[in-house]
Every structure is written in structure tokens, then in C-alpha cells.
Write a protein that binds this ligand. Sequence first.
Ligand SMILES: [Ca+2]
Length: 321
Amino acid sequence: MTAGNRGGEPRRILIDCDPGHDDAIAIMLAHGDPGVQLVGITTVGGNQTLDKVTHNARVVATVCGMTGVPIAAGSAVPLIRPIRTAAAIHGESGMDGPVLPEPTVPLDDRHGVDLIIDTVMDNPPGSITLVPTAPLTNIALAVRKCPAIVERVAEVVLMGGGYSKGNVTPAAEFNIAVDPEAAQIVFTAPWQVTMVGIDLTHQALATPAVQQRISDIGTPAAQFVVDLLAAYGANYRAEQGFGDPPVHDPCAVARVIDPSVMTVRPAHVEVELAGRLTAGMTVCDFLGRDGARLDTDVAITLDAPAFWDLVVDAITAIGRP
Ligand SMILES: [Ca+2]
């Protein structure tokens, strides 16, 4: 199955996330864009602890006026390693900046891993795309608990990794570094994976012009994003020396909405689990050495103007009758 369905039936996606400023914008893009239908949100310990990111997911759903989309809390900690969070970027709450309203959207009583499995197994084969934007603990556990999901999902379009660099270490990107063992399960399962890594997402910079466009929308949802980007941008400037912050997670959603928003190259991807300096590195073999199958599409170049058009249009649509 190929990605994207602009103008056809919306693609049904489940977002597995750790909101997280950029996760919030990913959820808003999925909610506001007619090219995808958000059918579930699951949360995992990552940017902040599980209780905080789950609360934040419900906050974002409330800001969106979302109804009928189940939200379930998943794994609190990685498979093997102790959890590490990203409070320096995302703050104590995990979503510092805007005033966070008290969520009115309820929490599903299933475990997040079971919501993933139920969503895939209760829908027709090939109809659900998984969009993980967080450590891959829940997805890996779902594969282990119900291996039948692997051939039943349309594809996995994940934000994580990188082929040329890391961010939390010189070699490893945060989502993969937090739970490399889970990531290795996801990359080596026999399903179609697209890796939207930081080589790509560092091209999705929320410039002052972008932030002005969002501000000009003038709705409460837009103001929420403006406030998110102000805090996130300040932290990225202080912590990593970025002039404008890279907005990682919505890039994966955008890939499902419109595949032409980015170029990809096929590669064989595995995760370094033992390296002293490189644990969590996504090692991308574009040449298929020793017969390795080029079974992962690795994101290379973003059409940034087209990407921001999608984001601005989606935020504009939120709150409209
Ligand atoms: Ca995230």
C-alpha cells in the first residue's frame, strides 16, 4: 500500500506519542487535515513521565474539540533501560508555555498497547497506519503481544532516528535513544516503515514568518500553538543553539497526508544496542550490504513551504463548524 490519499478517502491513523510541544502540533495536524482520520491516541513515557504526557494528550484533544477519538495510556518506562525525559526542551509539564486547560476528553480504560492492537485488528487489513512520535515501547510491545498486527497495518510512519547525526548524543536521536531495544523490534519487523528522522525534521523550522502565519489565524487553537512555539523555541535556542525550533513530529503526519511533502531513500535500518558512544544510533545501510533488504524508507528532503501550508491549513480548520 502506498502512502497518502489527497482527495480520496482519508487515511486512518493512530498516533503513539509523548506530548510534547511537537506531538501536540502533530495531533492538531491530524485532527484538522481532511486527508487523515485520527482513530486513536496512545501515550508513552518519553518527553515527560507517562502521567504528564497522557494529561497533555487529553489537553490537546480538548483544545481541538475532539470527540470520539480514544486516548489510552501505555508504557511508563522503556523495555530495559531506565526512562530519561526531555524536560530541558519540554519543561516540567512536558508542554510548558500555554495555559493548559483542564481536559474534558476522557481517558480510555484500556492499556495503550491494547488500544493499538484493538484498532489494528478491529479494522480491515491495510486500513490503519501507525504514526509513532515517541519512544517505540508501546509499538514493540504490541508487536510482541499480537504479532498479527505486523501484516495487518498499512504501514508505520515514525518520527525518530537519523542517518547522519543524533541530538541527545552525537549518534542518537531522543526517541530511539530512550528505548533502542524497542526501536530495533519495530525496524526489523516485516512491515513497511518510513523513518522520518532529524535529518528531515531539522528542515521543519518554525521561523518567525511561520509563527506569524499561525498567529494571524486568530483562534484559540492557533494561540495555543503560538504559545507552544514561543516556549519550545526559547528552549531550543538555549539548549541546542537553534535560531528557530525544529518541529519534528508533525512531519510524520504530513508524510501520511501527502507523501510528496518529502523525498525518501530506501535503506536497511538497524539500531545500535551496545555501542559505548553510539547506543541508540539508527544505522542506515543504503547499499544493502551482505544482501540486507532495503525495507525502510528514510526521509531525506522536506518541501518546507508545502509542509507549513498543511500545518497552517489544519490549525485554521480547528474550531470551524
Ligand atoms: Ca514526541
